[in-house]
Ligand binder design. Structure first.
Ligand SMILES: CC(C)(COP(=O)(O)OP(=O)(O)OC[C@H]1O[C@@H](n2cnc3c(N)ncnc32)[C@H](O)[C@@H]1OP(=O)(O)O)[C@@H](O)C(=O)NCCC(=O)NCCS
Length: 242
């Protein structure tokens, strides 16, 4: 599901089950030793997916421990993002030489609890979400808006270390193309220069799961960029465990 939302040189791995072969490194095991089974399952399976994505990129399997505010700590040569919700775990991982950041989020395709949409949406987002809900009721557009904003945050925060409120990003959804754009609204003087002020992403609503995904390509001079892109070995996508 994730593969179709991201450029082909981003490695993805996902699972709808918690397989027996999941293993944890000691530093991961220590973090989760007192956790309830649900947390253990999502923590372990998403890291099993991360190891598969590392394999796809030709990187040795390594522990993924949370850093400041829960940001996953990758090898310096990588950027990535992890997500889990009921019945779904997913990872997107890329070479830092090719992508500045990646942010993904998964949510169940079910409406948000009462009152939540009003607290996360800007007035124009609220209007558009209600319009889409009337036109295409099979998609929980309110939950999808939430997911897109979480994907923006997961792209932004690891680059900048700066918190964002839900109303700091204006999200515009293209229902037909299954894409979205987000623009950060705070004063550019306040926003960190280390992150982008605008984001382009793709979304899907398949098999009961809403997915939002953003990949920010690395900026580089055109001529040098062409050489770098060709020098990277091709990626063979990890098969989905779904
Ligand atoms: C951090 C946050 C985005 C996680 O989202 P979530 O839907 O609760 O959880 P998901 O299952 O999708 O993702 C969890 C994974 O996100 C990653 N993550 C956690 N904190 C993160 C952060 N600050 N930045 C990037 N990734 C983070 C971790 O890999 C985590 O997995 P792990 O706990 O197994 O290590 C959410 O809890 C949060 O704080 N949101 C408020 C901020 C926000 O989204 N603002 C909107 C601005 S427009």
């Amino acid at each position: 599901m994730l593969t179709k939302l991201l450029p082909s040189d981003v490695a993805t791995a996902e699972s709808t089950v918690d397989p027996d072969e999941v293993f944890l490194f000691p530093e991961e095991e220590r973090l989760i030793s007192n956790a309830v089974p649900k947390r253990r399952a999502e923590f372990g399976t998403v890291r099993w997916c991360a190891r598969r994505a590392m394999g796809t990129l030709g990187v040795p399997a390594a522990p993924v421990v949370p850093g400041r505010r829960g940001v996953p700590q990758w090898d310096a040569s990588l950027v990535g993002s992890m997500t889990h919700c009921a019945g779904y775990r997913g990872v997107a991982l890329a070479r830092a030489s090719e992508f500045t950041a990646v942010g993904i989020d998964a949510e169940p395709n079910a409406p948000l609890p009462d009152g939540v949409l009003e607290s996360i949406a800007l007035p124009q987002e609220l209007r558009r979400t209600r319009e889409l809900a009337r036109a295409v009721p099979e998609v929980a557009w309110d939950r999808l808006l939430f997911s897109m904003k979480e994907a923006v945050y997961k792209t932004w925060f690891p680059l900048t270390g700066q918190e964002l409120d839900f109303t700091d990003a204006l999200v515009t959804v293209d229902a037909g193309l299954e894409t979205f754009r987000a623009r950060l609204l705070p004063d550019p003087g306040w926003l960190s220069p280390d992150g982008p002020a605008a984001f382009s992403g793709r979304w899907s609503a398949d098999d009961g799961v809403l997915l939002s995904a953003i990949a920010v390509p690395a900026a580089r001079p055109a001529a040098a960029g062409a050489r770098t892109a060709r020098s990277a070995p091709p990626i063979h996508r990890a098969g989905s465990a779904c």
